[in-house]
Design a protein around this ligand. Sequence first.
Ligand code: KG4
Ligand code: ZN
Length: 333
Amino acid sequence: MLILGIESSCDETGIALYDSAAGLLAHALHSQVAMHAEYGGVVPELASRDHVRRVVPLLRSTLENAGKSLADIDAIAYTRGPGLSGALLVGCAFAEALALALDKPTVPVHHLEGHLLSPLLSSDPPVFPFVALLVSGGHTQLMKVSGVGAYELLGETLDDAAGEAFDKSAKLLGLPYPGGALLSRLAEQGDPARYTLPRPMLHSGDLDFSFSGLKTAVLTLVREHQDDPDAQFRADAARAFQEAIVEVLVKKSLKALKQTGLQRLVVAGGVGANRQLRASLDAEARRRRFRVHYPELEYCTDNGAMIALAGCLRLQAGTPAKPAGAFAVQPRW
Ligand code: KG4
Ligand code: ZN
């Protein structure tokens, strides 16, 4: 079974071909980050228009790299939500129209399910069941994953997502959008002992998160240093922010493992690329003897491969494919 995957929920156009027997055959990605950077955030209308421009050339190159033609495709998986409605509509309309033309079924996929299952694309995939820490620009959740489609929400953010907190704090520190990765690089030169920021909800007793107060704490720190910004200040403030958010993410993940009695943790979503988060989780995993899996870096952020994989696993798990043609997106799914 050959599945075409299409991702267009935000500012990345991703196309992939996943074979149920041979695995991922090829994938291609276009990131719009540079285009949105001058506006300091994603401009939805520009995102939609750019998806329109990219989707056909990306499909062509993916087919070529895989040595396949349109006729080889058995089903088309695409991101149905959540995300920006205009951006989602491009991928959805393209997928449904192509499926109609090829007389093939479609598989609408939840974007977060794509992230959740993305570690299965690695050469050493985790086996079910596991706890997943999903940390992206739009979501922060802890899930118990018992199998494909068997997900239990254990806790989630009550306000900002972890990636959003990274990006907003980066902006406060004068870094360009999207600042998460830049902040983390700056933090590596920072002194962890100079400032201590609050660890929101660390002792709340549940598995929920809250990051908007942490962002406000960064704002207060920046204001206090407005008149004497020494060269080291930004790095030290970035480090203080990262120390706080990483500690909360790690402690809550440990709590989720304890609560579920599971011994495998999967980290997915863009913030999963963070080096300090990985180092800290790895150290805990060695100490407490659990396993931690990360998607390959290229599958951490948005991509088509995770959507093709999720579509394929859904079909294999018995989720019926949908006849092509009728289409609807779910921006707030
Ligand atoms: O999963 P993703 O690509 O998109 C969403 O579905 O949201 O995640 C993007 C988020 C952004 O907020 C970005 O700043 C953050 O992941 N991010 C990082 C790092 N790399 C990307 N945050 C912290 N450290 C990083 N190295
Ligand atoms: Zn995502």
